[in-house]
Each structure stands twice: as structure tokens, then as C-alpha cells.
Design a protein around this ligand. Structure first.
Ligand SMILES: Nc1ncnc2c1ncn2[C@@H]1O[C@H](COP(=O)(O)OP(=O)(O)O)[C@@H](O)[C@H]1O
Ligand SMILES: [Mg+2]
Length: 241
């Protein structure tokens, strides 16, 4: 069994007439948290959407475990145990927090059938999910919505959790809660791929890092090595950690 749960090799993606990804090579080691960094427009979201089959790679390969998923349909990719939290979070505002959770729990027809132990564990990670259980999700704050979005993604055990900018627009105190929750998720053994703009967030959570620019991964390695290399940070991100 390979140490890498997810591997992208030379992935190109076109969106309509635009050539967005220019040969992305990315490896996500099993059981680790991989940070995908890069300036705005570098191609991070497009990479995540290509992994999920929401855009089709025009060249290259996407491998998940033993499966070549390059040409798979999104529901089949998700069915392998990959959860994706997009930037807009995909929450149903008119439904209650409970109903949002229930929709994500494919195996459960009603809240009573959701795995009670797992639900308690999720409540521990994201107390707001419990507090606002019967409230419309649209009434939650930005941070609470983000937490609900991640809670939904882990309502059932997953092999890989992919989250696009979980700290975006959040206040520092909320970001700290989010960091704690992801640390606990890491300890639970799930493999995680996170896109981040918040450098402190990235540094505190990342085991490995891949930095994109112009539709390619320009650097990959350990987070510790990247955090120690200010010149590299400057050249790839335009700022230092
Ligand atoms: N739907 C789209 N149509 C055309 N261009 C797009 C679309 N989505 C993204 N792009 C372009 O692709 C490039 C990469 O975008 P994106 O993957 O969203 O970057 P990031 O997430 O790193 O900020 C950008 O230049 C962006 O303008
Ligand atoms: Mg993006």
C-alpha cells in the first residue's frame, strides 16, 4: 500500500477556452495534513475541483488509493470516502442545522439513525452545531457556518477530507477554534488536504506543504522546512511566514 493516498501527475485542466492548470504534480501522504498554498488565482480551487471531477483533467492522472479516478464522475469519487467542503460551503440556509447534517449522512434516514457516538464527537469539535441544532443554518455566523460545513463533511467516516479556505473571513478567535478542531481531526487519523491563505493557520496545522503558482505546484516538502525558508516564501507567496 502506497504512503500517498492521493497523487496528481501532470494534471492539466481547461475551463472553457482557458488553460488553467499546467501540469500539476501533487501528493497527499496518508494520515497527514497537506497544506495547498499559493497566491490568489494560482489554481488551488481548480485543483480541488479537478480532484472531485467537477472539472475534467484534459491531460495527466489523478490516483486515489488503488483507483485511477481521472475520468470518474463526482458522486463515484465522493463514494470512495472523499469529502469536499467548497469555498461557498454548500450549506442549505433554509434548513435547520440538524437537517443539514442529516442530508450529509447518506446512511441515516432520520436524526435518530445518525451514529450517536460520532455525533457527540462532532459536537465536541464544533459546539455550535449542538447549540443551534434546531435553528435555521442561515442564521449562523460566518464562523459557525464554516464549522457546520466541516461537521457535515465528517458526519460519516471519511478517508480524505478536502477543505477550501476554512479560515476565510473569520475572526482570529474563531480561527483558533478551527485550528483546534482540525488538530483533533488529524489525531483521529483522517487524511486532510487544506487550501489556506492564512499563513499562521497553515504553519500550525500543516505536516506537508505544496505551493502553487501559475497553475503548477512550484514547491513541495515538509511544512517545517518551508516555514524555515523565508526566501522561498517570499518568492512563492510574496510574503514571509
Ligand atoms: N469558471 C472559471 N472561468 C474562467 N476562469 C476561471 C474560472 N475559475 C477560475 N478561473 C481562473 O483560473 C485561475 C485559477 O483560479 P482558482 O483555481 O480559483 O485559483 P485560487 O483558488 O488559487 O485562487 C484564475 O486565473 C481564475 O481567474
Ligand atoms: Mg480558491
Amino acid at each position: 500500500m502506497s504512503d500517498n493516498l492521493l497523487v496528481l501527475e501532470g494534471v492539466h485542466t481547461h475551463i472553457a477556452a482557458y488553460h488553467i492548470l499546467h501540469g500539476v504534480d501533487l501528493t497527499v501522504p496518508r494520515g497527514q495534513l497537506t497544506m495547498l498554498l499559493g497566491r490568489n488565482g494560482a489554481g488551488k480551487t481548480t485543483t480541488l475541483r479537478t480532484i472531485m471531477g467537477l472539472w475534467q483533467a484534459s491531460e495527466g492522472r489523478v490516483r486515489f488509493g488503488e483507483n485511477d479516478i481521472t475520468a470518474w464522475r463526482t458522486p463515484d469519487i465522493a463514494g470512495l470516502g472523499i469529502a469536499y467542503v467548497p469555498e461557498n460551503m454548500g450549506i442549505f440556509s433554509d434548513l435547520s442545522v440538524k437537517e443539514n447534517m442529516l442530508l450529509a449522512a447518506r446512511g441515516a434516514k432520520n436524526a435518530e439513525r445518525m451514529d450517536a457516538g460520532r455525533l457527540e464527537w462532532i459536537f465536541g469539535l464544533f459546539p455550535a452545531v449542538k447549540t443551534f441544532w434546531n435553528h435555521p443554518a442561515g442564521k449562523l455566523s460566518g464562523g459557525q457556518k464554516q464549522m457546520l460545513a466541516v461537521a457535515r463533511a465528517i458526519v460519516e467516516p471519511r478517508q480524505l477530507l478536502i477543505v477550501d479556505e476554512p479560515s476565510k473571513g473569520l475572526a482570529p478567535a474563531i480561527i483558533n477554534n478551527m485550528i483546534d478542531a482540525f488538530s483533533e481531526l488529524k489525531r483521529s487519523g483522517v487524511t486532510i488536504l487544506l487550501v489556506e491563505q492564512n499563513i499562521a493557520f497553515a504553519q500550525r496545522l500543516g505536516d506537508t506543504v505544496a505551493v502553487m503558482d501559475n497553475g503548477r505546484v512550484m514547491h513541495s516538502g515538509t511544512m517545517a522546512d518551508f516555514a524555515a525558508d523565508e526566501a522561498l516564501q517570499q518568492s512563492l507567496l510574496g510574503l514571509a511566514l
